[in-house]
Design a protein around this ligand. Structure first.
Ligand code: HEM
Length: 365
């Protein structure tokens, strides 16, 4: 598509699709022309869980909402979580060390980010299976297609759960993100309940599925390319760069939505105001105009200006956390499982999503 139709209009759905690196970068960052607003500001009006969250806000509201949570996610704040993330990783890996084979998604890549985000939000870790179910349903809900009964019951269940949690924290504040958000004020005004719910559901989904897939995609890419595991063991300093290459080569988030705020043009294609638009991050990250040999997985690649975490004002808030979790988890896998390989004959099934990219299971032995 980057060659034949870099800006493609899907007549059936009415949406526009952008595939080239420069265009994707522009669509993600030029917020005045490409709005993140989905529907109105009121979730009951739009029926969307993220309607009142920063990922679907434009300035000035976006800047105000983002300023409330940036502190919790700066590289420095996140680095303080390293000992806890290491301890959790060790516990999870202890569980599989005694077995001859295991599903790395189930045993490590899924639980680690869920427990971390649950602890940050002050949610009992015991509820993490419910989190998984909810975030799976929400990811499938962001697909085109009709809403199902599962979607509405999940939305209802999740809303009730977070409302009860918010109420609990209001009465008994702790040292967690929800308690801090309850205290926060923008120009003398507290966040609305819809905005609090928006934050909870956004962090739940953004913080889970994406990091799970980064860790899973990394193990897949490292075991697939001969000699990679050995090289990373010999040169541990290469790991952060190797993680950036996984983010580029197998981007956990493949696409993001925008709506045109005014008549515009991308390349030489005119797009009217109010048009839904999809920026294909996965395609941009394989654009030969930006990357040499883009189809090659190269852990030594520099520079590597991938767009896996987006670009501009919506640049991923959780990027430092995702990078840290991936670094700790992958280093532990490299150290503790010298002979790690994909199980022979493993059938790898991709997740059913055009937005999130990862495999459902990763059997290793
Ligand atoms: C935004 C990807 C992990 C929280 C984004 C965006 C992308 C992205 C592409 C930009 C959205 C846009 O432009 O509309 C990823 C990937 C991750 C990851 C690939 C893991 C590998 C996380 C984690 C958290 C998080 C761990 C939180 C704990 C957020 C939030 C936003 C965001 C709150 C919205 C920021 C804003 O609109 O200002 N992420 N993310 N993400 N991400 Fe992540």
């Amino acid at each position: 598509m980057r060659e034949s139709a870099p800006v493609f209009h899907d007549e059936q759905s009415g949406s526009w699709h952008v595939f080239r690196y420069d265009d994707v970068q522009r669509v993600l960052s030029e917020h005045g022309t490409f709005s993140s607003k989905m529907g109105g500001d009121d979730p009951s009006e739009t029926g969307q869980l993220f309607a009142a969250s920063l990922i679907t806000a434009d300035p000035p509201r976006h800047r105000q909402l983002r300023s409330l949570v940036t502190q919790a996610f700066t590289p420095k704040a996140v680095e303080a979580l390293a000992p806890r993330i290491s301890a959790l990783t060790d516990e999870l890996l202890d569980g599989i060390a005694s077995k001859g084979s295991a599903d790395l998604i189930d045993e490590l890549a899924y639980p680690l980010p869920v427990i971390v985000i649950a602890e940050l939000m002050g949610v009992p870790a015991a509820d993490r299976d419910r989190f998984k179910h909810w975030s799976d349903v929400i990811v499938s809900q962001t697909q085109a297609g009709p809403r199902t009964a599962d979607h509405s019951s999940t939305n209802r269940e999740m809303t009730e759960y977070f409302l009860a949690l918010i109420e609990h924290r209001r009465r008994q504040p702790g040292n967690d993100l929800i308690s801090n958000l309850l205290m926060a004020e923008i120009e003398g005004q507290r966040l609305s309940v819809a905005e609090l719910l928006g934050f909870c559901s956004l962090l739940l989904v953004a913080g889970n599925e994406t990091t799970t897939n980064l860790i899973g995609n990394a193990v897949l890419s490292f075991t697939e390319a001969p000699g990679t595991m050995e090289r990373l063991r010999a040169e541990p300093a290469l790991l952060p760069q190797a993680i950036e290459e996984v983010l580029r080569y197998r981007s956990p988030v493949q696409s993001m939505y925008r709506v045109t705020a005014a008549d515009t043009a991308v390349g030489d294609v005119r797009i009217p105001a109010g048009a839904p638009l999809v920026a294909w991050i996965g395609s941009a990250n394989r654009d030969e105009r930006q990357f040499r040999d883009p189809g090659q997985f190269d852990i030594g690649r520099t520079p590597n200006r991938h767009l896996a975490f987006g670009h501009g004002i919506h640049f991923c808030l959780g990027a430092p956390l995702a990078r840290l979790e991936a670094r700790i988890a992958l280093q532990a896998v490299l150290d503790r499982f010298p002979g790690l390989a994909l199980s022979p004959g493993a059938h790898l099934e991709r997740m059913d999503s055009t937005i999130v990219y990862g495999v459902k299971e990763l059997p290793v032995s």
